[in-house]
Design a protein around this ligand. Structure first.
Ligand code: NAD
Ligand code: DAU
Length: 357
């Protein structure tokens, strides 16, 4: 491990990436380069607290552009790559899968090839400490029934174009490790929530809609189950894995907080009713509307992260109860952040693609 880690974060202007960047900069030894294409999902306001930090720099760029990546590798000379850049929303992948194949599959392949060229030309001491952590999802494993947990060796069985593209990228990463000796690690994490999440995902969508007294669209009967993890706990896990994980290994990360979607939405409603009563709606649960189910909707995700917890000593700091309260408070306190992501382009996409709601 070099004295001062130099961390290239791809997708650092997104939800989890910005939390990772903020977490890394808490260590005064760490320098960070955030490489992000600034798609609709990015928001540089999430990184306002980092802008003046001399150990932080931002480079706008696309992981599908090998020249831009080459320039970043040669000028920044990272000791670690944390690869988060991706198209991340399942519903969008149902409406337009191509972007998911381009960024998640092609982009990851291009990044791996550039990382490999860079790695092969490093001096031996720097090669020994170099790590490439690919940040992936539990959705690659497909759907669970009422029982059981995903394990590191659970066979891949992705359901959506999003999860299929992430599965493909996981395979590419492992292949670059086995075939070319790139020191790779893979993490597969459950559903994240917390500050700075784009309000197309369940929790921020429900918080913002409920606050404003809008309908709360729950897919199917709301019985699907997700395992929720507070984003800062994920960020901490990722940096722990990148520094202390074993090369070539897969680490599962989860919150051990399984909840049905209906429970999640009802809890958000009751917290908001208590801390920010609506002038005209006494019970925000009345806003819940059961809508057409998501095609190929995975029933349940649940992660067994005990191996990660035991090997690396990581565990979540937040329970779902504490994390959700913090998250709701953050959205109430940051209307400017919300307004900035509700751009014209975002609204237009929602109108075009969610008309069926
Ligand atoms: P996000 O959509 O909030 O952010 C993605 C970021 O990647 C954005 O800043 C975007 O501008 C950038 N990006 C997209 N395409 C790019 C490209 N071609 N080149 C460079 N940058 C590009 O996503 P997120 O929720 O923060 O997820 C980050 C990563 O974590 C993804 O790889 C996702 O698959 C994985 N993950 C997410 C969750 C979750 O619950 N959100 C859970 C497990 C794993
Ligand atoms: O499991 C990890 C994955 O979690 C990540 O890899 C993805 O990037 C992330 O988007 C998330 O995927 P999900 O599809 O589980 O998250 P989403 O917030 O879209 O939906 C959560 C659940 O809520 C899911 O069962 C669908 C349901 N849902 C979602 C929305 C947006 C609704 O019922 N209504 C909605 O409006």
């Amino acid at each position: 491990m070099p004295i001062s880690p130099r961390v290239l974060v791809t997708g650092g202007a997104g939800f989890i990436g910005s939390s990772v960047v903020r977490h890394l900069l808490e260590d005064p030894q760490v320098e960070v380069l955030n490489f992000d294409a600034l798609t609709y999902a990015a928001n540089l306001q999430s990184l306002q607290s980092c802008e003046a930090n001399p150990r932080y720099r931002f480079q706008r760029g696309n992981i599908c552009n090998p020249e831009a990546l080459r320039e970043v590798f040669s000028s920044f000379r990272p000791s670690h790559v944390l690869h988060l850049a991706a198209e991340s929303h399942v519903d969008r992948s149902l409406h337009g899968p191509q972007a998911f194949i381009e960024t998640n599959v092609m982009g990851t392949g291009i990044l791996l090839q550039e990382a490999r060229d860079y790695f092969q030309n490093l001096p031996t001491a720097e090669q020994e400490s170099f790590r490439f952590l690919h940040v992936s999802t539990d959705e690659v494993f497909g759907s669970l029934g009422a029982e059981g947990f995903f394990q590191p060796d659970t066979p891949y069985d992705p359901s959506s174009p999003y999860s299929a593209s992430k599965a493909a990228s996981d395979h590419l990463v492992r292949a670059w490790g086995r075939s070319f000796g790139l020191p790779v690690l893979v993490s597969n994490c459950s559903n994240n929530y917390g500050p700075c999440q784009f309000p197309e995902k369940l929790i921020p969508l429900m918080i913002t809609n409920a606050f404003e007294g809008k309908k709360l669209p729950v897919y199917g009967k709301g019985e699907n189950i997700r395992d929720w993890l507070y984003v800062e706990d994920h960020a901490r896990a990722l940096w722990t894995i990148a520094r202390h994980g074993q090369v070539g290994k897969t680490y599962l990360i989860g919150g051990e907080e399984e909840h049905t979607n209906l429970d999640v939405v009802q809890t958000i409603c009751s917290i908001l009713d208590a801390i920010a009563p609506h002038p005209d709606i006494s019970n925000r649960c009345d806003l819940i509307e059961f809508v057409t189910d998501r095609p190929g909707h995975d029933f349940r995700y649940a992660i067994d992260s005990s191996a990660t917890r035991e090997e690396l000593g990581w565990k979540p700091a937040e329970s779902f109860e504490t994390g959700l309260k913090k998250t709701i408070r953050w959205y109430l306190d940051n209307p400017d952040w919300l307004e900035s992501v509700r751009s014209g382009a975002y609204r237009q996409w929602m109108e075009e693609n969610y008309a069926w709601r």
